[in-house]
Structure formats: C-alpha cells, structure tokens
Design a binder for this molecule. Structure first.
Ligand code: ATP
Length: 362
C-alpha cells in the first residue's frame, strides 16, 4: 500500500501573461511539507515569476495556489504564510544585523523580550552569534547571505521562496553554503523552493528538481530521476554532459529496446514507455557510463560489439575525458578514471551499459 504524501502547497494550472507574452505557462506543482524543491532553467524561463506569483507580488492570469486548504488568491503578500528571499538580499545598510533580522518581526505584536529571544535564536541558527551590532557593509558575502536568510525566516513562514540565494557568492563559498542551506532546511523542517540556473547546485540541494523552459514545467523529479531518465534532450543536456545519439528502434527484447544508430546496434533498458519498431529516437548516453577496453580490431565483430578509435584525450586530474570516433564518424565523449591509459589512435571496444542510457523523443 502506498501512503499518499500530504501536500502543503498546491499550484494548479498556473499561467501568467504580460500582454501577449506568457511568462508562466500552465504550471502545476505539489510541494510536500519539509520538502526542498529547486526550480532550474535558463534565464527568462519564468522561474522568478513563478516564485513571485506564490509570494503574492504578481497576480496570476489563471490557475490557483493553495496552501493547505487556503486559497492564496484571497491573501495579499504580507498576509501569506510564505516569505521570499531575493538574490540582492535587500539588507538595510544603516541597520545592524540584529535590527535587520528583527525587521521581519514588526507588526506581529510580539513583546520586546520575545523579539530579542527570536533574533538570538535565528542568529544562532545561521551561526552569526557575536555579529549582532555589525552593519551589513562590514560583513562578507556569505555572512550577508546568512543575515538575509535569518530575516526571511523570522516570521516562521511555512514555505520559504529563495530566488538565486547563492548567486552573489564566489564558487568556493557557494559550494560550502549549498550544504549549509540544505542542513538548515532539514533542521527547520520548513519547505523551501529555490530558484537556480546552476544544475550542480540543484542536484546537491534538492529533494526534487523542477525543470522550466519557456514558462512551462517540463519535468519534475528527484535528481536521479532527471539525470537517469530525462524527459527530453533539453533536460538531458541541462543536467550534465551527455552524448545525444540519433537512432531508430530496431526491436524489442526482454526488458530492453534495441536501437540501431549509424555506428551500429546497442541495447537500452526499457523505460516507462514502449517505443514502436522503426520509430526515430534520440538516445542520451552519459560519458561516465560508457566503458572502453582495448581490442584487436581484426577479432571484433561489429554486429555484437561497438568499436572506435580514440581521437583525443583530455587530462582532468581526477578523470580523463576521451573523444572516441565510431565507425560512421560519430564522435562520442567518454569519461574514464584517471588511471585509464588510452592514447589517440588506440582501437577500443565501446560498451554502453543498457541501464544507463535513456531513449528520448527525437
Ligand atoms: P532569470 O534567471 O534571468 O531571473 P527567470 O527564469 O527567473 O530568469 P523571469 O524573471 O520569471 O525569468 O522572467 C520570465 C519572462 O517574463 C522574461 O522574458 C521576462 O522578461 C518576462 N517578464 C517578467 N516580468 C515581467 C513584467 N513585469 N512585464 C513584462 N515581462 C515580464
């Protein structure tokens, strides 16, 4: 028996048009309590607009947003039990760290003691004890980010919306902060929706990733779902390096489809969908899931084993990336451990793990 996951936030058929332009196009998405969802997509795909609709800074053209049983359309932004943290952080430059964090508590009718206690708790949470009296300009980028986070959490929102929360941080700090943000969210149990255009960041932090393109939510799933079973070539390419190979379904066997590509046949383990014989498809092959081994070309049987010639080799420290030229001229990228020792000109057998390839529409 499957236990239904409770829904905290339910977005249904949400559309936002600006004049003739559709920024958010019929998006439906359920968020569970305590869930961490990343919205991933290129610039202009509608991620921020979707957050702004949930926060109440924009009104939808059509569709609904419910938090629990409540229809949020009836509530203005400041009354919604959600909060939004902006990329710019928007800290008040003339207010101390404590007063920036406490600003979010105004109008809640809390006494001075309760406010002081909550500020202290929030600063402990983001590891900024001792910074109470500092002004924002005296803080590092990472510390400013944590002040903004504490302020956004001050009213204890049920859902926190974060628009590129790590965008202002340099690469090293960004990676460290990804882990911190995730750990903080786990401790609080608050649901987070985080907008990012960085696939690695989404993979590191999210329970589920929603990929947006042209205003539409094209796929939502766990990082592994999206990486291993992308819905289309856009999602496949967004989530990491991938070879996209054109082919045709040549047959179906036990738990696998046989695909005929220009360089020969290979098997792909069956996904949720059955493909018809003769259908044109694209196969997504991750470079690290292709194996190479040395062979003697004279003994290789092209009907049962793919082979190619190493065309180039790039040493990356922890791994080596090879370009391998297949029989029809196709160049595929293959990632192998640093201990691998192929050199350009080597003839190699190319083994594709049927479980690590995905068949996509052309
Ligand atoms: P980025 O990562 O660059 O912030 P995004 O995915 O968050 O991009 P949005 O900010 O949601 O994208 O914008 C989506 C589209 O809607 C863009 O083409 C943008 O120009 C357009 N848009 C957003 N707000 C408005 C507005 N108020 N009036 C007209 N067009 C708008």
């Amino acid at each position: 028996m499957t236990v239904p996951t409770p829904t905290l936030l339910r977005i249904a058929g949400l559309t936002k048009r600006f004049g003739a332009f559709t920024a958010v196009d019929d998006v439906s998405l359920d968020l569970a309590p305590g869930e961490f969802v990343c919205l991933l997509g290129p610039s202009g795909c509608g991620k921020s607009t979707l957050l702004r609709l949930v926060a109440g800074f924009e009104a939808p053209t059509s569709g609904t947003i419910h938090l629990g049983a409540d229809d949020l359309a009836a509530l203005p932004a400041h009354r919604r039990p959600v909060n939004m943290m902006f990329q710019s952080y928007a800290l008040f430059p003339h207010l101390s760290v404590s007063r920036n964090v406490g600003y979010g508590l105004k109008g809640l009718g809390l006494g001075r003691g309760a406010v002081a206690e909550r500020i202290a708790r929030l600063l402990r949470l983001v590891r900024l004890e001792g910074f109470e009296a500092r002004l924002p300009e005296t803080l590092s980028g990472g510390q400013r980010q944590r002040v903004a986070l504490a302020r956004a959490l001050a009213r204890e929102p049920r859902v926190l919306l974060l628009d590129e929360p790590l965008g202002a941080l340099d690469r090293a700090l960004r990676e460290e902060t990804q882990g911190e943000l995730r750990a903080l969210q786990r401790r609080l149990g608050t649901s987070f929706v985080v907008v990012t255009h960085d696939a690695g960041e989404a993979m590191t932090m999210a329970d589920r990733i929603g990929v947006m393109q042209g205003g539409r939510l094209v796929q939502i799933g766990t990082p592994a779902d999206l990486y291993e079973r992308p819905a289309d070539r856009f999602v496949a390419a967004l989530l990491g390096d991938v070879n996209l190979v054109d082919g045709r379904i040549a047959g179906r066997g036990e738990g696998a489809h046989r695909v005929e590509a220009g360089f020969g046949p290979f098997d792909v383990a069956t996904s949720d969908r059955a493909w018809a014989e003769g259908e044109a498809v694209v196969v997504a092959l991750r470079p690290e899931r292709i194996d190479l081994s040395r062979i003697d070309l004279a003994q290789a049987d092209p009907a049962t084993r793919l082979s190619g010639t190493v065309a180039d080799r790039t040493y990356l420290g922890d791994r080596i990336r090879y370009g391998v030229r297949l029989s029809d001229g196709t160049l595929i990228r293959v990632m192998r451990p640093a201990a691998s020792a192929f050199v350009p000109g080597d003839t190699v057998a190319v083994d594709i793990d049927p479980r690590a390839a995905a068949i996509l529409p052309p």
